[in-house]
Design a protein around this ligand. Structure first.
Ligand code: ZN
Length: 255
């Protein structure tokens, strides 16, 4: 208990680091060298929006190709990274952040949060945050629980860390099918306003599928955002729950 209180006091002292507000640079330089403005996202009641998310990276083979396709299509995403993989590819943590995308956490070793006590979860996520802080100067705000398994212990750990938990609305099943056409059909068939879409930046088929999925989502008039950008339209956020979509009944009043 005392240990937990000390940890909380340390976190409060470190408070500015917990405020990893969605930071997006004003100008993005695309992989082809073209520059474009980066306007703030519109309220999803004015223009529909989805959030993209990529779990289990960073991957030396696939994360940069995913970043390139996102930039080419003027899309954003959140990368829920595994700590041990970040440790191996620290430069990719920086590349994700510097390209206007969001770094989220996915535990140090893809751990099942329901098998851990709150102290262990906090220690695990702090190890991840150390790398994010070193590479980006800020900390991650969102956690994606491995296997989608989450409960009261994870909620209290996230509360101590000032983090929020995101699961997903649409599972691309990319890890299962490893087939670009099936991934495309899974995502486009379920597309709807406020959805959080789950991919993994660890498969060649995912990269291939994105080449057709992103232009199609844009052609249907959607904004493609980070999880934090999408969820910022909610009236309020709490650590003691998890979010699988943007609930259109719980948005801030229109400005
Ligand atoms: Zn995972």
């Amino acid at each position: 208990m005392l240990k937990m209180l000390c940890l909380l006091a340390a976190l409060l002292l470190f408070c500015p680091l917990a405020k990893a507000e969605g930071r997006v640079p004003a100008i993005i330089v695309q992989s082809d060298g073209a520059r474009r403005s980066d306007a703030a996202p519109l309220d999803p009641r004015i223009q529909p929006a989805v959030a993209l998310s990529f779990d289990d990276g960073p991957s030396g083979d696939y994360t940069q190709p995913v970043l390139d396709i996102l930039a080419e299509n003027d899309c954003r995403a959140t990368f829920f990274m595994v700590g041990a993989a970040m440790d191996q590819s620290r430069e990719l943590v920086k590349a994700v952040y510097d390209s206007g995308n969001e770094v989220g956490l996915h535990t140090w070793r893809h751990n099942d949060l329901n098998q851990m006590d709150a102290n262990a979860i906090v220690r695990n996520l702090e190890l991840c945050q150390n790398i994010v802080l070193e590479q980006t100067g800020t900390t991650a705000k969102w956690l994606r629980p491995p296997y989608g398994r989450v409960g009261p212990t994870a909620y209290s750990a996230c509360n101590a860390l000032g983090m929020y938990i995101a699961t997903w609305t649409i599972d691309s099943r990319d890890w299962e099918t490893q087939n670009a056409e099936k991934i495309y059909n899974e995502v486009i068939g379920q597309l709807r306003n406020g959805a959080i879409i789950l991919f993994h930046d660890t498969h060649a088929a995912t990269v291939e599928a994105l080449k057709s999925i992103l232009p199609e989502i844009k052609a249907r008039g959607y904004q493609v955002l980070t999880v934090d950008q999408l969820m910022s339209f909610r009236e309020s956020l709490r650590s003691a729950t998890h979010y699988y979509h943007l609930d259109m009944e719980k948005l801030k009043p229109l400005q």
